[in-house]
Every structure is written in structure tokens, then in C-alpha cells.
Write a protein that binds this ligand. Structure first.
Ligand code: LLP
Length: 418
């Protein structure tokens, strides 16, 4: 459930007509609902209340500082995958001992930064990474807390670009080879082996793949225990899907109950890394229609947002509902809703039935809170959109619209060209 709804035909974000936001901030802009963000976090967190747990919000889904701050205030830790995300999490006020560091390509500099910061744990993705973490820890005379990310070879039945737990994926270590690596890690003096980590993919709409992964983790946990390696944390990653269209993913309670059933006899703190399920439906991308264009057999609605602002449809053929910001009861048409970018792949919807819209009118691209702004770019030298947070009857700009000056501020023209 979210807080974007119609009142007298006008789209509201909580108690603010989105129209008003467009007038004040311009378009395109992202709008997030505070009530939805807090509701989603609290539901997810409460669902696991029967077991020691830590929700490490996945920063990559939406890394706006105000959103990270809000998560931190509600008690969230963070799942990070880069030095930049660590920096943002710390700036947002997240306690370092609630930060887990995932990712297959951590650099030495990032590892040192995280060691100096004193994060909760590194989710290690390869043998070589383990060696580098150990040597960094040794040089800094610190003990590096680690979990090994295992790859259980499970088909998450999601889009292949966001599947991460199949053998052919680049992520984690073959679960069947994990014991050997755990043994090696446990023998390294500057490592402290504290957990198992696993993340099999994103936008999962079935419980079975999660449960299959946890069963395998449990077997590994028990095998390690027999070997004298006792772990304190089981990190099962993120990945719970949301309804974009016709999907009906399990409710967080259903997800949590099924997991708890399996996890309860492991004497561990459970770590979860949700991203999309917290922020996905808490955000929309507001855009203005620029032009209507008709060719033989096709209608185009051209809007002022582009694939640089929201790349999910172009990249994954992802479905996002598109709502008119004022419902006027006009007849509907079937159209492609496309952006201004010089690529045929720059579309938000294809052959979509939508109420007839005219230039200057506003459309909302729904469910854009996750992997929307965070995957945006300046392609076609387009300044990135503003981000707005709505809370009740008020709203705040939480990221300014970029300016033309911003586009070139880091460029340097060599002396000989001046
Ligand atoms: N933990 C790890 C290690 C991850 O790699 C991810 C997402 C998450 C947690 C959070 O997953 P979530 O709860 O959001 O599903 N750009 C794609 C999604 C990529 C997900 C990458 N990893 C999209 O727009 O659908």
C-alpha cells in the first residue's frame, strides 16, 4: 500500500496535490511519500520481531541522504556495495556497527575505509578478496569481521539481469566449496569469521527460492558448527518483490513467517537487506507531456522525462503503471509513452492504454522509488531531476534539480585547447 491516490480526480501524494509540487519544483521530478516509507520499513521490521534481527536497508535502491537518514532514525542498518555508499550511510548517521559491505569487486581502498570505519561485516565474494581483506586488516592491525557470501545455485525466477544466485552468476562462492574457504578464513589471524551471507536475486515473487536458499544455509551453518566454527549472523540478503503490475509477491509477514520457521533454531542474528520492498512503491516520477505524435498504426506520447531519469523500462523491459495526474474522464487511447532521448529504447511504456492526454498535462510513472534516481545518468547532457519528500501536508526538496553548470563542473579543458 502507498499514499498516492486520487481525490476529486486529482492525484495526491499524501495530502499534497502532485500538481502543486510540479508548479513549485518543475518536472521531471521524483516524489517520495514519507508515510509509505515509514510504513514499509515498520511492517518489514515488525515481521521479524520474534527473532534477533537487523534490517540493513540496501542503499543502492535509493541513496538520497534524506531517505537514508529516515531509515537510520527508524533503526535501520545499511547494506552497502561501495566506498561511496559507505560515505553516504555515515553522512546519514548510520552507526558503523550496523553496516554490511557486499559486492564482488571491493577495492583495497574501499576495504581499508570500511576497516577504519569499523563496519559490522564484510560479505566476502571470492578467495582473493578474502586474502586482500586479511592483508589490509593486518596492515591496519585490526580484526576484519567477515561472512562468506555463498551461491546456492537457485533459480530465483526473476529477470535474468537481476538473478544473482545461480552458479553461472558472478556472485558469491559455490556453496559446496564454502566449507574449505571457511576453514581457511578461520585460520587467518586478522579475520573474525562471524556469518554466512546469501542474496539470490531481486524482485522475487515466490517464497520457494528464498526457502530453498535458507535450507542450504542452515546445512552449512550446522556443518560449520561441527567443525568448531560458530557463527553469529545469517544474512539472507534482500530481493522481496513488489507489485508493479499483476505480480502478487508474498506479504512481508508471509515472507518473515516462512523464514522464521526455518531460521528459529539457528542461534543467530538474522540480517535482511531489503531495498525495493521499502522504497519501490514509495516513489513516483512526475513528468509532463510535451507532444503527441501519430504515425501509421502508432501513437506516441512524448514526455519530458527520459531513460536517463528512469532506465528500468529500457533496461529490463520493466512495467511501470502510468497515471494521469488529473483524471478527466476522457476516452482512452493506446500509445507508446516515450522520452526525449535519442534512442529508440527510450520508452516508459509500449502500447499502453491511457486516458487521452494533452501537451502540458502531467503523468505519474508509478513505483519508481527503487532503482529510479539511483540508476539515473546525465545521458544526452540532461541535468538529473529534483527529488521531493512529502510528509502529510508539506513537502521538501531533498535533492535539487541539477543545473547546466553541474553538467560541466568536473570537466577540464587542457591548456593546449584553451
Ligand atoms: N543485497 C544485495 C547483495 C543486492 O545485490 C541487492 C540488490 C539487494 C540486497 C537489494 O535487493 P532488493 O531488496 O532491492 O531486491 N536495478 C534492478 C535491481 C538490481 C538489484 C541489485 N541488487 C532493478 O531495477 O530491478
Amino acid at each position: 500500500m502507498h499514499h498516492f491516490y486520487y481525490r476529486n480526480g486529482e492525484l495526491y501524494a499524501e495530502s499534497v496535490p502532485v500538481n502543486e509540487i510540479a508548479k513549485a519544483v518543475g518536472t521531471p521530478c521524483y516524489i517520495y511519500s514519507h508515510a509509505t516509507l515509514t510504513r514499509h520499513f515498520n511492517i518489514f521490521n515488525d515481521a521479524f520481531s520474534n527473532i534477533p534481527h537487523l534490517i540493513c536497508y540496501s542503499v543502492k535502491a535509493n541513496s538520497n541522504l534524506a531517505i537514508l537518514r529516515l531509515m537510520a532514525r527508524m533503526g535501520a542498518g545499511m547494506d552497502i556495495v561501495s566506498g561511496g555508499e559507505l560515505f553516504c550511510a555515515l553522512k546519514a548517521g548510520v552507526s558503523p556497527d550496523k553496516i554490511v559491505f557486499s559486492g564482488v569487486g571491493k577495492t583495497k581502498e574501499e576495504i581499508e575505509y570500511a576497516l577504519k570505519t569499523g563496519i559490522l561485516m564484510f560479505n566476502v565474494e571470492s578467495e582473493q578478496e578474502l586474502e586482500i581483506i586479511h592483508s589490509c586488516a593486518k596492515a591496519l592491525k585490526k580484526s576484519a569481521p567477515i561472512a562468506i557470501r555463498v551461491n546456492p545455485d537457485i533459480d530465483p525466477r526473476t529477470h535474468p539481469y537481476i538473478s544473482t544466485g545461480l552458479k553461472r552468476d558472478k556472485f558469491g562462492i559455490d556453496i559446496n566449496k564454502a566449507e574449505v574457504l571457511y576453514k581457511r578464513a578461520a585460520s587467518m589471524p586478522y579475520l573474525h569469521v562471524i556469518g554466512i551471507d546469501c542474496h539470490i536475486g531481486s524482485q522475487l515473487t515466490l517464497l520457494a527460492p528464498f526457502l530453498e536458499a535458507i535450507k542450504q544455509i542452515k546445512d552449512l551453518y550446522n556443518a560449520l558448527k561441527k567443525m568448531g566454527i560458530r557463527l553469529n549472523y545469517i544474512d539472507i540478503g534482500g530481493g522481496l518483490g513488489i507489485p508493479y503490475h499483476e505480480e502478487s509477491p508474498p506479504h512481508p509477514y508471509e515472507y518473515a513467517n516462512a523464514i522464521l520457521e526455518l531460521a528459529k533454531d539457528m542461534d543467530c542474528c538474522l540480517i535482511l537487506e531489503p531495498g525495493r520492498v521499502i522504497v519501490g512503491n514509495a516513489g513516483i516520477l512526475l513528468t509532463k507531456m510535451l507532444y503527441f505524435k501519430k504515425i501509421e498504426g502508432k501513437n506516441f506520447i512524448i514526455v519530458d522525462a527520459g531513460m536517463n531519469d528512469l532506465i528500468r523500462p529500457s533496461l529490463y523491459n520493466a512495467y511501470h503503471a502510468i497515471w494521469p495526474c488529473s483524471k478527466r474522464g476522457r476516452p482512452s487511447i493506446v500509445a507508446d509513452i516515450v522520452g526525449p532521448i535519442c534512442e529508440s529504447g527510450d520508452f516508459f511504456a509500449r502500447d499502453r492504454e491511457i486516458e487521452t492526454t494533452y501537451p502540458g498535462e502531467l503523468l505519474a510513472i508509478m513505483s519508481s522509488g527503487a532503482y529510479g534516481f539511483s540508476m539515473s545518468s546525465n545521458y544526452n547532457s540532461r541535468p538529473r531531476p529534483a527529488e521531493v519528500l512529502v510528509k502529510g501536508e508539506r513537502f521538501w526538496i531533498i535533492r535539487d534539480r541539477e543545473s547546466y553548470e553541474n553538467l560541466i563542473s568536473l570537466n577540464r579543458i587542457p591548456q593546449w585547447l584553451r
